[in-house]
Design a protein around this ligand. Structure first.
Ligand code: UDP
Length: 390
């Protein structure tokens, strides 16, 4: 395994197919190793896009498995198209069930893929059911797991994401932490040494790579007739908010007390919950369908304020220096709160949310750089190639 250069690879049909794809990308050599990447949800497509491109450029074979956790065209296909991610070799089409159903079915299906392909590494991202299923299926077959975005903690064990990330970290052989804080969290849980790499945040890589492309190609401001700095952008999708009527109602009340227009790309889960809970959006909230990443970046960059319960959107607000209000009780990205770029507004009281949004408008934080230098993907690829931690 690891750093043996070769010019071709003819072991097995799917591997050969992937070898050809990688050869097309790198045009010179490939490493005699195969990485099987498991993704299934919107933020994972974005994170994987930068790492996959780097792996391809460095001549590494990579196979993609899409679990199907997010399956709508505007939650999945658009990211493969826009971010030029190779089509997945395996599409498991598992979604729409409970956490237990999805995770169980994914483990079973991923195990089959792993038995067929026998990769050298399984690469997983973040904190979704797809992350956990990939990690569990791989370690049981003694295939080492590499976890991108390791060490994040909300310390709220009621969040499915927290359970997924803790268990995945403890199963992984290579842990790619985005921040020093994440490294400290791992160390406190007894995970340290050569397996832990502080690489920086791949979402910062993505922001640098696609930020400029978004400026050139996105027409969303014109399409929605939005003026720079004249609106707020909001996202809500976390189960703790969408599945709790009081919290969701408090968020809507908070939005209604904000003076400007709020653009809300509506996650399918939130759209469904609003309907079943019989909650109406306030008049100043403009709901739109979920948008592709380039349009989202443009909406973020041009907003006066962002209000969100998303992990990725909190960081993107900071990347584009837009003040952010986080609609949660706690955040994994605590350095942004400490640095003055983000403030927590727990969705328990509408007027507190409006106040936090008004106070955040126009505010600036400290010049901090907790997320590395934009080369996280390259460090991840080099560590995988080196096989450190196996
Ligand atoms: N995003 C997007 N279109 C949207 C909403 C979000 O491209 O309509 C992007 C956003 O820019 C960020 C990522 O999706 O990069 C965040 O995903 P999400 O909020 O679903 O998950 P989380 O980051 O909370 O895990």
């Amino acid at each position: 395994m690891g750093a043996r250069l070769c010019s071709n690879d003819t072991t097995g049909v799917s591997r050969k197919r992937n070898c050809l794809a990688s050869t097309e990308r790198s045009r010179t050599y490939i490493f005699d190793m195969t990485i099987l990447t498991i993704i299934g949800a919107r933020p994972q497509f974005i994170k994987a896009a930068v790492v996959s491109r780097t792996l391809g450029a460095k001549g590494v074979n990579e196979m993609l498995v899409h679990t199907g956790q997010h399956y709508d065209a505007n939650m999945s296909d658009i990211f493969f198209d826009e971010l030029e991610i190779s089509p997945p070799e395996h599409h498991l089409r598992i979604g729409g069930g409970t956490h237990g159903q999805n995770t169980g079915r994914m483990i079973e299906a991923i195990e089959k893929v792993l038995l067929d392909t026998r990769p050298d590494w399984v690469l997983v991202y973040g904190d979704t059911d797809s992350t956990l299923a990939g990690a569990v299926a791989a370690v049981k077959l003694h295939i080492p797991v590499a976890h991108v975005e390791a060490g994040l903690r909300s310390f709220n064990r009621r969040m499915p994401e927290e359970i997924n990330r803790v268990l995945t970290d403890h199963a992984a052989s290579l842990l790619f932490a985005p921040t020093e804080t994440a490294v400290e969290h791992l160390s406190r849980e007894g995970i340290s040494g050569a397996s832990v790499h502080m690489v920086g945040d791949v979402m910062y890589d993505a922001a640098l790579f696609y930020g400029e492309k978004a400026e050139r190609t996105s027409s969303i401001l014109v399409r929605l007739n939005l003026a720079l700095g004249q609106y707020a952008l909001a996202t809500i999708h976390r189960a703790e908010n969408t599945d709790n009527r009081q919290r969701l109602a408090a968020i809507l009340e908070g939005f209604s007390g904000f003076d400007s227009e709020i653009v809300l790309p509506l996650h399918p889960r939130t759209r469904g919950r609003l309907a079943t809970l019989g909650l109406a959006l306030p008049g100043n909230v403009r709901a739109i369908d979920p948008v592709g990443y380039l349009d989202m970046v443009m909406l973020e960059k041009s907003a006066a304020l962002i209000a969100t319960d998303s992990g990725g959107v909190q960081k993107e607000a900071f990347f584009y220096r837009v003040p952010c209000v986080t609609l949660r009780d706690e955040t994994e990205w605590s350095e942004l709160v400490a640095g003055g770029w983000n403030r927590l507004a727990p969705p328990t009281c509408g007027s507190d949310i409006s106040l936090a949004m008004k106070e955040a408008l126009g505010s600036k934080g400290l010049e901090i750089s907790p997320y590395g230098d934009g080369n996280a993907a390259s460090r991840i690829a080099d560590s995988l190639i080196g096989g450190v931690g196996t």
